[in-house]
Design a protein around this ligand. Sequence first.
Ligand SMILES: [Fe+2]
Ligand SMILES: [Fe+2]
Length: 281
Amino acid sequence: MKIIHLSDTHLGASVLDERFERIVDDLTRLRPLNPDNHLIIHTGDLIHQATRENRAAARLRLDRFRAFGYQVLLCPGNHDYGGSLSVNPQAACDFQETFSDYIFPDKKARNFPSLYLRDDCAFIGLDSNAAELRGLDRFFAEGHLGKAQLAKLNMLLDSELVQGKKIVLFLHHHPFFFGYSVSPDLGDGKVFAHLFARLTRAFRRLKDAYSFCRIVRDRAHVLLFGHMHYGLDCSGESIKYGIPLALDGGSTTCAESGEDRMRYRIIDLENMTQEIRFLKL
Ligand SMILES: [Fe+2]
Ligand SMILES: [Fe+2]
């Protein structure tokens, strides 16, 4: 089984829809992979602003993957529930409703953690905005799984359902402090962006990252996330928690990344290796 990892496509923002269309074309018409042993995981920020139009347009694009035969799994990002500075409960409901079959492939259970079993693998999706949908927590959207979801995750990882399986966890927010150690060059004209990033870095991390890492320690094989748009291999950090592979999907459509090529990873769960595909902008 192989995973095609997409993230942070921010559909609805400027040229990103056309870029994503190229990714869809690439995986369906031009260089298709075998849907029998490849599935797609999108780790959130599918859309840029939580509007009905953006949800409808994004849905059509994901449906193209499905029509080709790919199973698509999706977890929500902060932009899917609102935007970069806040999330809101109504947008969260709307997003879960629109994409319920991608977020909760097991239609019987429409709550997190979501579970999808295939071959010898268990794919577990989390909502890293779940505990941020009220009060002042709604602002800044740095991610908060919440005690209830972590308790369910703990039980799920102990359950018979996933015993002996290769565990793939996916969520939107970056769980490692490492993700914030990258600083863009000074002098590129984005003074306020850098200042904002520097001043807020200390608390712009998944709020319960520590509890999350303690729970998943030695109990997962692959951890996938996005949010930071860096696209780094964080396995050096995750191996401290006994997780061999941890990958930040970056922004597949190069949203605000200033890169000259799109890229996505294909992760081979059997050999625990990865390959990167590039599409020049
Ligand atoms: Fe994003
Ligand atoms: Fe995000």
